[in-house]
Design a protein around this ligand. Structure first.
Ligand SMILES: NC(=O)c1ccc[n+]([C@@H]2O[C@H](COP(=O)([O-])OP(=O)(O)OC[C@H]3O[C@@H](n4cnc5c(N)ncnc54)[C@H](O)[C@@H]3O)[C@@H](O)[C@H]2O)c1
Length: 455
């Protein structure tokens, strides 16, 4: 399913009509395809502050086969080579005056950014600053990056990576993700890294090779896309959904050479049945069970709170939150996760912004964010990670049922002026599941095109 309006705008007649009427003109986004180069052009790398990550960034980019250029100095020079991406290393800021260097680097560089370009800013986490001036400068990076995201056009994005001292080895994975087509619909976000043992030698064509990935709610929509992307990246997928969705579940699983497991995740015995399945099928040769678990299954039962009966409240909480807690706890307690396991939980923009008529849904999805944050230290001790992904407006069967006006407004209220596709959520989840993403833990990454809601 594509965003019809984006297709229309980028067709011959659509371009003319929308230009004349002054309507939003969303770009066709650069999305990942296997074998694609990381970027369509060279990267310019600049710094503000001490820039302690300069060498790390250059090595990551060269290893990825990208040409690294030095900054242009002449303001307004637009004749030179166009950039695929701009990377600013703003680590080591001491106070707001250091930010002038960020301006001096970015202003001319942005004039040369290609369509579907990338801006990535690396900085120290504001919470760890030594002084108010330093904290102010670090926090300023957040406002700077988000505003660049809003100023960029043509499908370009801007994101920030916050790198504490000692977490330098964690930089490669988020940096390449944000530069790549995998992050097409991730815009205006910030990810804070942790120090971690990051395995080297990941096969970037099949980063999930040899992994067993459980995906709940895999019979359709975003879950089916997650299953497909995981399989494309090399994983064997255990696709889970309710028995009533058995036929479509089997189709999804068969198409990707995975396994279908009919399971209502809210059933009392669901955690145990999943553990048993993993132990029976995937514990040979010293393995324990799953490498990746994606808690994607979710439901809505919308009503204003004043009209909401207990059944609506309870069913949404049970599927969207309690099942995630119970299944994760059972997998940990039964030792059914392999070393370096990755758990990714699907939250929602509604869990960040709140939404009229969705108190139950928003509460459950906010709960998911709290869950991954609280569990992260225990996962880190096991060399594992747990993160959440919060989709914004995604073009699915669910959103196709919305009234036309509400749907179209919902789809345009973001910096990329379009709804995301299920594959955009799937790519972000697949990235967080990679071995190289070991230094991303307890985070919630929004896949929302920099939605204005809850921004
Ligand atoms: N579509 C969006 O725009 C959007 C936005 C934000 C978040 N999300 C979240 O993304 C996830 C997937 O959404 P979607 O749009 O693909 O929804 P969907 O309704 O198309 O698919 C959800 C799947 O979960 C399954 N499921 C429901 N209850 C289950 C249970 N008890 N046990 C096992 N499986 C169960 C359903 O059968 C279905 O196949 C959900 O968690 C949803 O809340 C979606």
């Amino acid at each position: 399913m594509a965003d019809w309006y984006t297709n229309f705008v980028n067709s011959g007649v659509g371009t003319t009509v929308t230009k004349q009427l002054g309507l939003p003109r969303p770009a066709v986004l650069r999305r990942y395809e296997p074998g694609q180069p990381l970027l369509p052009g060279p990267v310019v790398v600049g710094s503000a502050g001490q820039g302690r990550l300069r060498d790390t960034v250059t090595t990551v980019l060269r290893d990825a086969g990208v040409t690294v250029l030095s900054p242009v100095t002449a303001d307004g020079d637009t004749d030179g080579e166009k950039y695929g991406a701009i990377v600013l290393d703003a680590t080591g800021l001491t106070g707001p005056a250091d930010l002038a260097a960020a301006h001096d680097f970015l202003a001319p560089a942005l004039k040369r950014l290609r369509p579907s370009g990338r801006v990535v800013v690396l900085a120290d986490p504001p919470a760890a600053a030594d002084s108010p001036a330093q904290a102010a400068a670090r926090q300023a990076i957040d406002g700077l990056t988000r505003s660049i995201g809003k100023e960029l056009r043509d499908g370009s994005t801007a994101n920030a990576i916050y790198v504490p001292e000692g977490a330098e080895a964690s930089v490669a994975s988020p940096l390449t993700f944000f530069l790549s087509g995998r992050s097409a619909y991730v815009d205006g976000q910030g990810v804070t890294l942790s120090a971690a043992d990051v395995p080297t030698g990941q096969d970037d064509d099949r980063p999930l090779g040899g992994k067993v990935a459980v995906v709940t709610g895999a019979a359709r929509g975003i879950g089916a896309a997650i299953a497909e992307v995981m399989a494309r990246d090399g994983a064997h997928v255990v696709a889970v959904d309710i028995p009533a969705a058995g036929d479509s579940l089997a189709k999804v699983a068969n198409a990707i050479g995975g396994t279908a497991l009919q399971l209502d995740i809210t059933a009392d015995d669901a955690p145990q049945r999943l553990v048993e399945h993993l132990k029976e099928r995937h514990s040979a040769g010293g393995r324990k069970g799953a490498d990746i678990v994606v808690h994607n299954a979710g439901i809505t039962r919308d009503k204003l709170l004043v009209n909401m009966d207990a059944a609506r409240w309870n069913s949404v909480m049970a599927v969207n939150l309690q099942a995630q807690l119970d299944i994760t706890r059972a997998l940990l307690d039964s030792d059914a996760l392999n070393p370096g396991a990755r758990v990714v939980a699907v939250s929602s923009q509604s869990g960040i912004a709140g939404n009229r008529g969705q108190t139950n849904y928003a509460a459950s999805k906010a709960g998911v964010i709290g869950m991954v944050r609280a569990w992260a230290p225990e996962f880190a001790e096991r060399g594992a990670t747990i993160n959440a992904v919060a989709p914004g407006f995604i073009v699915t069967e669910m959103t196709a049922k919305m009234p036309f006006g509400t749907r179209e407004i919902g789809a345009r209220l973001n910096s990329l002026q379009q709804g995301g596709l299920p594959v955009d959520v799937a790519e972000t989840i697949a990235w967080l599941s990679q071995p190289g993403a070991a230094g991303v833990n307890g985070q919630t990454v929004r896949v929302c095109g920099q939605s204005l809601l809850g921004a």
